[in-house]
Write a protein that binds this ligand. Structure first.
Ligand code: KG4
Ligand code: ZN
Length: 372
């Protein structure tokens, strides 16, 4: 079975080919350099970059996988069984680019087109190991999605059957990392750089609040962001460029203490959800799942509570098209009649019953440059 997949929800333009359970190509063009100077994603720039890059990225994926090959100077294409693209959630411009590219490919290869939920891709990507679909998720399990646009807990009953338990009321975990990095004038995206600086800092240097909100499955990170902002205002002066004058070691300590507060919250919420539903399997996906402190503390907590913690390999934690192909692979293999929708939806949820609660944001409104 041969699948071409496309990912373009946010600031990565990606294409991948999966053949008989193996990732044959996985091309990702990251737009981070384009957005870095704004400390966040500029939707208009993102849409244009997707439009400019998508053809080249797909072409590279087809060539690398061997779908497109040359013989005696002529170009040939192998048979393709399906094309998949992310239909949401995400920024509308990128989603449209992905949909048009997907439909064009499906007509060219005369095969079905699958619309995939990007967040489902993040959860399923645990199944990749050494570039193959080598691991199997054990349903039912608790899924935690921690990315730049989302922080959610799901009850995953079977492939395609999910119940949303709770999500963030304001900022997503990755968004909080990005905003604190912006406050400290570090870089974008903030997660990897805070992760690196935190290693050199003391996690107990500053006691930032842990937004546990006790029993519920919802999250809120904006108060933590405000606490860091007040800490900076109360303790540091501005330099002539209007940046805080902070010693290097203090920055490391702030990063470590802030990261610890986020990590403690995520670990608490994940274990709490597993215990509430008496489940021993926890699957974690999304960009923040690459965080080294989170992986360490989550694994330790899982071991203590007898919960099997499943993290995707680091290279598949962030946005990629292979995870979208993996969802289509499951859809094709599934014996159940899973509805295939190819309409784009910037606010797509995994749980049809879960409507957007007041105060929550669509991915299209998130972490864009200039946001507070
Ligand atoms: O899943 P993803 O690649 O894109 C979205 O769908 O949003 O997640 C990107 C987010 C960014 O906010 C980035 O700062 C965060 O993931 N991130 C991290 C780390 N690597 C990426 N956050 C914390 N620690 C990391 N090592
Ligand atoms: Zn993502």
């Amino acid at each position: 079975m041969r699948i071409i997949a496309i990912e373009s929800t946010c600031d990565e333009t990606a294409a991948s080919v999966i053949e008989d359970g193996e990732i044959k190509s996985d091309i990702v063009f990251s737009q981070v350099l384009l957005h870095r100077k704004y400390y966040g994603i500029v939707p208009e720039l993102a849409s244009r970059a997707h439009m400019e890059k998508i053809a080249g990225v797909i072409s590279a994926a087809l060539k690398k996988s061997g779908i497109e090959y040359k013989k005696k100077g002529k170009t040939f294409f192998k048979k393709v069984d399906a094309v998949a693209f992310s239909r949401g959630p995400g920024l509308p411009g990128g989603l449209l680019v992905g949909r048009v590219a997907g439909e064009t490919l499906s007509r060219f290869f005369k095969c079905p087109l699958f619309g995939v939920n990007h967040l489902e891709g993040h959860v399923l990507s645990y199944e990749f190991e050494n570039s193959k679909i080598n691991r199997k998720l054990k349903y039912p399990f608790i899924a935690m999605i921690v990315s730049g646009g989302h922080t959610e807990l799901w009850l995953a009953q079977a492939f395609g059957k999910y119940k949303l338990l709770g999500k963030t009321r304001d900022d997503a975990a990755g968004e909080a990392f990005d905003k604190i990095a912006k406050l400290l004038k570090l870089s974008y995206p903030g997660g990897p750089i805070i992760d690196a600086l935190a290693v050199k800092g003391k996690a107990d240097a500053i006691k930032f609040p842990r937004p546990y909100m006790r029993e519920g499955h919802e999250f809120s990170f904006s108060g933590l962001k405000t606490a860091v902002a007040y800490h900076l205002k109360d303790n540091y002066k501005f330099d002539e460029k209007n940046n805080f004058k902070i010693k290097k070691q203090d920055i490391n300590d702030i990063c470590a203490s802030f990261q610890e507060a986020i990590v403690d919250t995520l670990v608490y919420k994940a274990i709490n959800a597993c215990e509430k539903f008496k489940l021993k399997e926890l699957v974690i996906g999304g960009g923040v799942a690459a965080n080294s402190r989170f992986r360490l503390k989550m694994n330790e907590a899982g071991e203590k509570a007898g919960i099997n913690v499943c993290f995707a390999e680091r290279k598949y934690s962030g946005d990629n098209a292979a995870m979208i192909g993996l969802c289509a692979w499951h859809k094709l293999k599934s014996h159940e009649n899973i509805k295939n929708d190819i309409d784009i939806n910037p606010n797509l949820t995994i749980d049809k019953k879960a409507t957007r609660k007041q105060g929550t944001k669509a991915q299209g409104q998130r972490k864009t440059a200039g946001g507070k």
